[in-house]
Design a protein around this ligand. Structure first.
Ligand SMILES: Cc1cc2nc3c(=O)[nH]c(=O)nc-3n(C[C@H](O)[C@H](O)[C@H](O)COP(=O)(O)OP(=O)(O)OC[C@H]3O[C@@H](n4cnc5c(N)ncnc54)[C@H](O)[C@@H]3O)c2cc1C
Length: 377
């Protein structure tokens, strides 16, 4: 195998695909290499929830808004269905509603609206009775990742991006990519290795203190109502960095520590999104280790389902699928480094890759090609 490209992207997850799109849009002859026959990692195991409200203030929030726009722009041409728009950030408790009211009054709450008590039932179907309220955000959208990633791959291939599956990359130097089947050459190389922390640039990844986060995910059969937006609840307010500056957050955290300490210990927060067949993708939990065991304790799933039933009117959720997802996690939300001239290592080291990758990729390409930063940056 000998071939040369303007740009080689290592990794066909959403971070790699986003960079392939940005490289293609910059006019570069681009190839994407992945060790697997098709992407099977975090990018197809996630909620497909492109989250804006709740993202950390600053560049992450701006990346999410830009990436949401790119998803919307690609959806038609690539045949990707957008199943839901918006977010109902449910407050089960008055302490959570206080946080949401403060958030709505801040600059980050732009376009959002607080719904109190009975207003919730008027706003949409499926909510459990007796909830304190919710924050309605119009900014989000949701795709079904298990299909969307493949559709985006096919569309990029149709635009001329070359995909080389079953190609493991063993080493990268400026201008040169060594694979198990031969050497490829490219002026620019972008490495997007996802959870592989040891093959390419392990010293950079170790310096960035990257470990792995394991998440429990479930699919629940159609509950018989239609959610008009993605759903989150009180537990999400203490995990999502966008709410960190709300003065009432410590009071909410104290209540949660008292009433839901096991949920906090498992890093559980609720996200529920709905697909075309009415089924819900529900999660998740967060456990951190350099190597995870492959087991999925039922108690963790049961806590996720209990939070679902406390938020939505689903008394006995029928679980139709269970799976584990893993993403790289570190002190940075994401990072881009230049380990060699013409080479960039890009990792989203938080659960935000579906929400931010398109914008991040525009920044990487501008950096590689010595162009002005994109407007969102
Ligand atoms: C359960 C779960 C739920 C999530 N929910 C959301 C969500 O709703 N919204 C959101 O924004 N984010 C979410 N995330 C985070 C998001 O999914 C990740 O940030 C994102 O998918 C990371 O994409 P990636 O391309 O880096 O990784 P991956 O999808 O893991 O892709 C990396 C690819 O690189 C390939 N690779 C690695 N090394 C090599 C090599 N040496 N040679 C060849 N190929 C290589 C791998 O085979 C793999 O295909 C979630 C994550 C999980 C696990």
């Amino acid at each position: 195998m000998t071939d040369s490209f303007d740009c080689i992207v290592v990794g066909a997850g959403i971070v790699g695909l986003a960079h392939a799109l940005a490289a293609h849009r910059a006019g570069l002859r681009t190839a994407v290499l992945d060790r697997d026959a098709r992407a099977a990692g975090a990018s197809i195991r996630n909620f497909g929830f492109v989250t804006v409200t709740g993202q950390q203030e600053g560049i992450t929030w701006r990346r999410a808004r830009r990436s949401r726009d790119v998803w919307a722009e690609l959806a038609g041409p690539a045949g990707i269905a957008i199943h839901q728009r918006g977010l109902s950030m449910v407050a089960r408790r008055p302490e959570a509603l206080a946080v949401l009211e403060e958030f709505a009054d801040s600059a980050m709450g732009d376009g959002c609206r607080v719904l109190r008590g009975a207003e919730l039932a008027e706003h949409g179907e499926g909510f459990r009775q007796g909830l304190a309220g919710a924050l309605w955000s119009p900014h989000e959208l949701r795709v079904e990742s298990r299909y969307a990633v493949g559709q985006l791959t096919q569309w990029l291939a149709a635009q001329g991006v070359r995909f080389l599956p079953r190609t493991v990359v063993l080493g990268v130097e400026s201008g040169r990519v060594t694979t198990a089947s031969g050497v490829l050459r490219a002026d620019h190389v972008v490495v997007c290795p996802g959870t592989d922390l040891v093959t390419l640039y392990p010293e950079v990844i170790a310096r960035r203190q990257v470990t792995l986060c394991k998440l429990h995910m479930l699919r629940v059969a159609d509950p018989g109502f239609t959610l008009n937006a993605a759903i989150m609840s009180d537990l999400g307010l203490v995990r999502y960095l966008g709410y960190a500056n709300c003065p009432s957050l410590p009071a909410l955290r104290a209540v949660l520590e008292d009433e839901q300490s096991e949920w906090l210990a498992d890093g559980i927060h609720l996200i529920a999104v709905q697909g075309a067949d009415g089924s819900l993708v529900v999660g998740d939990s967060h456990h951190y280790a350099d190597t995870h065991d492959p087991f999925q304790p039922r108690a963790v799933d049961d806590r996720i389902l209990a939070e679902l039933s406390a938020t939505l009117a689903i008394d006995a959720p029928e679980v139709t699928e269970r799976w584990i997802g893993v993403y790289p996690s570190g002190p940075d939300v994401a990072f881009m480094e230049a380990p060699a001239p013409g080479v960039r290592l890009v990792m989203v080291t938080s659960g935000t890759g579906a929400s931010t990758s398109f914008a991040l990729a525009e920044e990487t390409l501008a950096d590689l090609l010595n162009l002005a930063p994109p407007p969102h940056a």
